[in-house]
Design a protein around this ligand. Structure first.
Ligand code: DCP
Ligand code: MG
Ligand code: MN
Length: 381
């Protein structure tokens, strides 16, 4: 990622890269990690070239490109297309798979199972399939969730959250992260970090789960909670004095579609730091039913705001490369901070947690890692 950034945007292989990227996306969706990674390697190798790679022989001479991909590169360079991609795109079963995988909370396996049952449309699912609560929301709001959200609307959702926060405490702050913070013109969802200059996580949780979220449900802005998360690691949880050791955290998010009255549950789960849900702007005469949007709320104490800003701004590939860099330097970077003296055994397996070096400041984390500061708009490897 760090190197790819130096790749030129006027690369003569851009058309080839574009097509290979679609193939990589396809294989990624089908869970074919091996092919996905082969395609990604070839793409990043091509990004570094400054001449057009148009023959199998030239392609093979590039490090990271094997014979099968070399053939495809030659085909694209000579015909401007790739038969394999076109047959994938023309395959009706692939279209159905894409349709089903577009439903919130539906992955490849679930989509495949429904197809094997003979379902072909969303109506088939509505009338015949057994849907989870979340999948039901996903099917009912399929078109809403498929649409990209324009920047201006992302800001209005952020402002609604901020208003509710200020009502609870005037120093509570909403920061919009994700693709919005990277400067994208539109977003797939709305990622909001909720923070406060002095409050700890349990205080944040009290304000947000007891006051802010119920208020946002009452005013009709929040429509449903798709999941709240339980902390995954112990440092994510602020242990309260005298509290029993929390039960082993679940591997996945708690699946609950709770009405506002059940929100107490999320807070009492002792380590809730996240709410994934859907929100809607207030209707106007001009727009009586604005679309439901996917919104993620994340509680972040100031001591780990910097690390969270990095994590929640992404993109995911940039995050992966930052983490890899940290681990190469004997450190570890996660949502909570940058840690040093992390002992690793064979295969880079972590043996100790290490000590916290920095969590508060995004800029300092870059500095300590020896990475020149990258503004969010440039974190799109
Ligand atoms: N993230 C990550 N690894 C993941 C998922 C997410 O590092 N597997 C981080 C980086 C993302 C951020 O969380 O930028 C928010 O996740 P989103 O899924 O909302 O992704 P984006 O906001 O980047 O894009 P979109 O516009 O699709 O929401
Ligand atoms: Mg997002
Ligand atoms: Mn998100």
């Amino acid at each position: 990622c760090m190197e790819a950034h130096t790749g030129k945007s006027d690369n003569p292989n851009n058309r080839t890269i574009e097509i290979l990227q679609q193939m990589a996306t396809y294989y990624d969706r089908t869970g074919d990690d091996w092919r996905t990674s082969a395609y990604r390697k070839a793409i990043s190798a091509l990004r570094k070239q400054d001449t057009l790679i148009s023959t199998r022989k030239q392609a093979l001479a590039v490090f990271g490109i094997g014979p099968r991909l070399a053939d495809k590169i030659e085909e694209i360079a000579t015909t401007d297309r790739l038969q394999r991609l076109e047959s994938i795109q023309a395959d009706p079963s692939d279209a159905t798979l894409q349709l089903f995988m577009g439903i919130y909370d539906v992955g490849y396996m679930q989509a495949k199972r429904w197809m094997d049952h003979g379902y072909r449309t969303l109506d088939d699912l509505k009338t015949h399939a057994k849907l989870s609560t979340n999948q039901q929301v996903g099917v009912d709001h399929y078109d809403d969730f498929q649409q990209r959200i324009p920047r201006a609307e992302v800001e209005r959702h952020g402002a609604m959250v901020q208003k509710a926060l200020t009502r609870a405490d005037r120093k509570l702050q909403a920061i919009i992260g994700g693709s919005y913070r990277r400067g994208m013109p539109d977003s797939g969802d709305i990622d909001v970090m909720i923070t406060h200059p002095t409050a700890d996580l349990s205080q944040l949780r009290e304000w947000v789960f007891d006051n802010v979220i119920p208020y946002l449900f009452e005013t009709g802005f929040l429509k449903c909670a798709l999941a709240t998360s339980r902390g995954k690691s112990k440092e994510q949880v602020t242990p309260a004095k005298g509290r029993k050791k929390s039960p082993k955290p679940k591997a996945t998010d708690t699946d609950l579609n709770m009405p506002s009255s059940d929100l107490a549950f999320a807070r009492s789960s002792s380590s809730g730091t996240k709410l994934l849900g859907a929100s809607q702007l207030p209707p106007t005469p001009h727009n009586p039913s604005p679309p439901w949007r996917r919104i993620d709320l994340l509680l972040v104490p100031a001591c780990s705001l910097g690390a969270n800003l990095i994590y929640f701004t992404g993109n995911d590939i940039f995050n992966r490369s930052m983490r890899l860099l940290a681990s190469r330097k004997g450190m570890r970077l996660n949502q909570h901070g940058l840690y040093k003296n992390v002992m690793r055994g064979p295969g880079r397996v972590k043996e100790t947690e290490g000590e916290l070096v920095e969590g508060r400041s995004e800029k300092k984390i870059f500095q300590i890692l020896g990475v020149p500061w990258r503004p969010p708009e440039e974190r799109r490897c």
